[in-house]
Write a protein that binds this ligand. Structure first.
Ligand code: BMA
Length: 328
């Protein structure tokens, strides 16, 4: 941890002037709110958002929205794209939430990990799809309480790798687990710990969008939840993990880099939340379009540069191993 306070904070994620880009008003059928969308760019260049849509019962389903430029002109499925199916998948009784999308070249399919919510609490479920019309469900792959998960796009040492956030009596930390077949999971490893005390990311953290593969490692945007007397504050931080041993953190940023500031982030169904579940990368290989839920009410877009995020980490991060030693 650096002991000299910075002279200014960098603006790494720039809000799009058209924000919020999607709200309930855009929806072709009645809903309460739309937020926390997974994102991908399809082979023809279309941006697809798989949005979490909450109805007036309070239950969520997923609905796809497509746009040629990723900003406006959204074509939204006229009915829910993926509804909870509690008859066949009882873990979806109270809805499905917060999808993350990973394109998996080896399978020639998209892997969608999402929160399935039922009596047992929130767990992690997986479905594969080729077209975001038909989904092959794998059911619960991480039992409750667990969420904030994404699959890595390729095998690591011959095994599929899943980042997720189980909650234990020792806190809510990010873990990574491995599987030979996407069904049986083991070799669980602690990947990133919530800090303690007064830190912005004390006690509860979780993966935000799927990791971004760079030549220097997996670049991870994660959220930290700060509990305050007036509610929770959801903010984003950055960390870099080893490409071939992703449980090994190389650098972790000290300060948060993006937090609720705009009116549509500060006030909504849940105030003070920015919650990205997906991004796309422009053809330049550097420009990121980060799609985030704002105050559990709308979807907003922020732009960033992978190169600038890495440069910021070098200047503002610390080696996690050294930090842990200091913590002992
Ligand atoms: C988290 C998740 C998100 C939600 C956030 C703020 O625990 O459930 O879906 O956006 O809380 O309510």
């Amino acid at each position: 941890m650096s002991i000299v306070p910075p002279t200014s904070y960098a603006d790494l994620l720039l809000r799009h002037p058209a924000n919020p880009i999607l709200t309930g008003k855009h929806w072709p059928y009645p809903i309460n709110s739309v937020f926390n969308a997974g994102a991908t760019r399809l082979a023809d260049g279309t941006t697809l958002l798989l949005c979490r849509v909450e109805d007036r019962r309070g239950l969520s389903h997923l609905c796809a929205a497509r746009s040629a430029n990723g900003v406006d002109g959204w074509v939204i499925d006229s009915e829910p794209t993926m509804m909870p199916d509690p008859k066949n998948y009882p873990e979806e009784l109270w809805g499905i939430e917060d999808p993350r999308i990973t394109f998996v070249p080896e399978l020639e399919q998209y892997a969608v990990t999402y929160t399935s919510y039922s009596r047992g609490g929130p767990g992690v479920s997986l479905a594969l799809t080729k077209d975001f019309k038909k989904f092959e469900r794998y059911g619960v792959i991480m039992s409750p309480e667990d969420k904030d998960s994404a699959l890595l796009p390729r095998k690591i040492g011959g095994f599929w790798a899943l980042i997720h956030r189980p909650v234990t009596s020792l806190g809510a930390h990010m873990w990574i687990s491995y599987s030979p077949d996407l069904r049986h999971w083991g070799s669980h490893r602690l990947m990133l710990e919530a800090r303690r005390g007064a830190w912005w990311d004390a006690n509860k953290i979780g993966l935000s969008p799927p990791p971004i593969e760079t030549s220097r490692g997996w670049l991870v945007l994660y959220h930290g939840v700060r509990h305050t007397p007036s509610g929770c504050l959801y903010r984003l931080g950055l960390a870099l993990f080893d490409l071939e041993s992703p449980e090994k953190v190389l650098i972790r940023g000290d300060s948060w880099i993006f937090g609720p500031e705009a009116e549509y982030e500060r006030s909504g169904d849940v105030n003070d939340v920015v919650f990205p579940c997906g991004y796309t990368v422009d053809p330049d290989g550097d420009s990121l379009n980060i799609y985030y839920g704002a105050a559990d009410c709308a979807i907003a877009l922020a732009r960033a540069s992978i190169r600038e995020l890495l440069t910021w980490l070098d200047a503002n991060g610390s080696c996690e191993e050294r930090r842990r030693d200091q913590d002992r």
